[in-house]
Design a protein around this ligand. Structure first.
Ligand code: PLP
Length: 429
């Protein structure tokens, strides 16, 4: 039976898959079962941050697998502690880390933290004491997120996500979310009620088509959170840990902003499943009268995950972070991201309408009428044609494709990608 037939017969059809069966990878390239080679500018949707089959990652994983794979979180294991320390170092703000397995779970942890904080902490007296805001909710639980955002596929994740397509057929959802216009701080200010407890934002909308938050917007969100005692969460699942050319995506935009929580997954362990959240070490006044660090609010028994932070995956993530540091891949993401944009901007417009990018998070938006003779979304049509030409890219909405190559992509690989795209676009007009 062919691979596709196995899927048709035995795999739940919840993904719209492209007709490619991939068999192996090396660096920035993958091969399908027929032996055709593709330049991989999707990296598994920003996951294989060191490319495929990186020798150092393979070696560390093999060594750790032979020593200790899993113990449960009933015990201490060295790699988890070391990785938590490293993540706090890269954020460079005092805090602590919780480990899980995916981006949705990381956001779930932040959202559960906001509930506990809302239930158990004393809301600071609002600085602006007029109107509705003069009241204090007994349990603050409402979270503000933004249109076009994507926060994962759990019930909390789809409730938080600012895109209707992920919600269809799954109501009733969690009610505690408002989705506001991205980059509109006055809208946030007017949406705050005594129930509001947190704001969750992607510093770069990834699934939403690579739209960057403005520095001013992120700074205003921090001020609003300070004024109303709200938690500020950055969903860095896609944009974090090097992709934008900085360890922290938001620091590529507004380095001075201090969040209360950050979620990661995707590239953190170079392709092995791991999610994590950083929580700020920040004193909170509790209803019991004690002061507690925000980072300690999720106490014993409050949350957990069987597989979260195994020694195996943490050893892998530590090696990924080491390689990023030693091979200067943050710099590479900045330099080659800028180079790719410069070359993309020289391609004809139309069919390219706009290029939006931060480091190696690159969005290429197509003109409104691209592929209009066909019912299939323009972004999918272009991705199909790029497949034929030997290249993987990721659609984001109807008119945008994303390039999210590994952080160690080379200039020659960027040149090869641009040449393929130029050829494909030339044939399309
Ligand atoms: N948050 C963001 C910004 C994402 O891009 C994604 C996945 O695309 C998620 C959360 C969900 O991550 P996962 O698929 O690992 O649950």
């Amino acid at each position: 039976m062919e691979t596709r037939e196995l899927f048709d017969r035995y795999v739940v059809p919840n993904y719209g898959r492209f007709p490619l069966a991939l068999a192996r990878g090396e660096g920035c390239r993958v091969w399908d079962e027929a032996g055709k080679c593709y330049l991989d500018f999707g990296a598994g949707i920003a996951v294989t941050s060191l490319g495929h089959a990186h020798p150092r990652l393979i070696e560390v994983m093999a060594e750790q697998a032979a020593r200790l794979v899993h113990t449960s979180n009933l015990y201490y294991t060295r790699p988890q502690g070391e990785l938590a320390r490293r993540l706090v170092e890269v954020v460079d703000i005092p805090g602590k880390v919780f480990f899980c397995n995916s981006g949705a779970e990381a956001n779930e942890a932040l959202l559960k933290l906001s509930r506990k904080y809302g239930h158990e902490s004393v809301p600071p007296p609002p600085r602006h004491t007029t109107g509705e805001l003069s009241g204090r909710a007994r349990h603050r639980h409402h979270v503000i997120t933004f249109r076009g955002s994507f926060h994962g596929r759990t019930f909390a994740g789809i409730s938080a996500t600012g895109q209707d397509k992920v919600k269809t057929g799954f109501t009733p959802l969690l009610e505690s979310f408002s989705h506001l216009e991205f980059n509109d701080a006055p809208a946030v200010l007017s949406a705050i009620t005594p129930e509001t407890v947190a704001i969750m934002v992607e510093p770069v909308l990834g699934e939403g088509g690579i739209h960057l938050a403005e520095a001013h917007f992120l700074r205003q969100l921090r001020t609003i959170c300070d004024d109303y005692g709200l938690l500020l969460f950055f969903d860095e699942v896609q944009c974090g840990l090097g992709r934008t050319g900085d360890w922290c995506g938001w620091k590529s935009i507004a380095p001075d902003v201090v969040p209360d929580g950050v979620s990661w997954a995707k590239g953190i362990a170079g392709g092995f499943p791991l999610g994590a959240v950083w929580i700020r070490d920040h004193a909170v006044e509790m209803k019991t009268g004690e002061k507690k660090s925000l980072a300690d609010i999720l106490g014993p028994g409050s949350h957990g995950s069987t597989f979260g932070g195994t020694p195996l995956v943490c050893a892998g993530a530590l090696e990924v972070l080491r390689v990023i540091e030693e091979e200067k891949l943050l710099q590479n993401a900045r330099t080659l991201g800028a180079y790719a944009v410069q070359r993309l901007e020289m391609l004809p417009s139309p069919p390219i309408a706009e290029v939006r990018a931060l480091g190696l998070m690159i969005g290429i938006e197509l003109a409104e009428d691209f592929g209009s003779a066909n019912d299939r979304a323009p972004s999918l049509q272009l991705v199909d044609r790029l497949h034929e030409a030997g290249m993987l890219s990721i659609p984001a909405g109807n008119h945008t494709i994303r390039w999210l190559p590994p952080l160690n992509v080379t200039r020659a690989e960027i040149d090869a990608a641009i040449d393929i795209l130029a050829r494909v676009l030339q044939k399309s007009v």
